[in-house]
Design a binder for this molecule. Sequence first.
Ligand code: CMP
Length: 140
Amino acid sequence: MATEHTLSIIKPDATKRNLTGKINAKFEDAGLRIVAQKRIQLTKAQAGEFYKVHAERPFYDELCEFMASGPVVVQVLEGDGAIAKNREVMGATNPADADAGTIRAEFSESVGENSVHGSDAPETAREEIAYFFSGLEIVG
Ligand code: CMP
């Protein structure tokens, strides 16, 4: 399988509960390498731009408020089939549906406050990585 990069975000519900290290251990235990990482505070407008594909959804405003409610850790994960592997490690969007042992099953509080985001396809991964990182910041 090809080596891929995917964009990961550790969301405010998880940073507030000091779970960054525990979540990073899940990525590393699954063979994903954290090749870029920074802790930032998004504005609501920046969150809205990142999630603009969801602009028509009823939860969009709540999602943008939440993503700006505290620090996030944005990351680039590298590995064989990293996009699908990260989605496996995260578990289903709604923690109630997430498999045991996944990040969302273990740590998430609700479908809205679901601890992590991961890119869903190669094109979105490229766009999402470029939203937060320059090439110089990604060190494999
Ligand atoms: P994420 O993988 O970051 O992609 C879009 C996000 O929208 C999703 O995780 C959830 O945090 C959020 N989301 C999806 N469905 C709902 C919902 N029904 N109510 C609130 N937030 C949602």
